[in-house]
Design a protein around this ligand. Structure first.
Ligand code: FAD
Length: 200
């Protein structure tokens, strides 16, 4: 394929999520639910690359009973060598309890012998496929095979976006990549071998 004919591809978005594992997928889903336009870029394929897709992640899924939540937090705090932030832990518990069941319809949660749905432990491969589906259903744009190799910066040094490698045979404009004129939105600049509509 003659990549010169296709040139570079440039996306602008409210939120750019780099990496497409479970952390990234949930971040993208939350941002999309808050009304932001979102792009996820992954160096592999969102749904199969990364650790989540080959693991069996266990979620910290504790019902909003103050005593159980407090016990869960102090149990972890006791083994955190003083590094834990209990307010952050409480927020994680709250977010996980609210967000995880919203995957229903895309992922089939297990049911234990007592007939109780088990949200905590998930099957990595199916879970990541479900997260991809949920993200896409919320309008998140997913760019696979798109490693972010360089961050683009605003003039004040804050991160404005990222760049993927240039297509083979094309030079990289480093000066343009390092300094980016001030812009409200994040941008992901692609020196890509494909047109935007070929990414989905
Ligand atoms: C064998 C095994 C068993 C496990 N068992 C458990 C368990 O029982 N319970 C538990 O809670 N946890 C378990 N874990 C840990 C848990 O699975 C991981 O902590 C979690 O999946 C990590 O999720 P993540 O989203 O942070 O990262 P990942 O799922 O690894 O996602 C990172 C993504 O970022 C992409 N990426 C990286 N760099 C770039 C770049 N420059 N540009 C674009 N994309 C990029 C990668 O391609 C990847 O898709 C286990 C892990 C393993 C390996």
């Amino acid at each position: 394929m003659d990549t010169r004919a296709l040139g570079s591809v440039h996306f602008e978005t409210d939120v750019l999520v780099i990496g497409g594992g479970m952390a990234a997928a949930w971040a993208a889903i939350s941002a999309a639910r808050a009304g932001a336009t979102v792009v996820i870029v992954d160096k592999g394929y969102v749904g199969t690359s990364g650790v989540t897709a080959v693991a069996g992640p266990g979620h910290w899924f504790v019902p909003p009973d103050p005593e159980r939540r407090a016990a869960a937090i102090s149990q972890r705090e006791a083994i955190a060598f003083g590094l834990a932030d209990t307010r952050w832990m409480a927020r994680v518990l709250d977010e996980t309890y609210r967000q995880l069941p919203t995957l229903e319809g895309h992922y089939e949660f297990g049911i234990n012998d007592a007939g109780i749905k088990m949200y905590g432990a998930v099957r990595g491969p199916e879970y990541m496929r479900a997260l991809r589906q949920l993200a896409e259903s919320l309008g998140v744009r997913i760019l696979d095979q798109s490693p972010a190799i360089e961050l683009l910066l605003h003039a004040d040094g804050s991160v404005a976006g990222a760049r993927r490698p240039p297509a083979k045979g094309r030079g990289m404009d480093r000066a343009r990549g390092r300094r980016h004129p001030g812009h409200r939105r994040l941008r992901f600049r692609l020196e890509a071998a494909r047109k935007p509509d070929q990414y989905r």
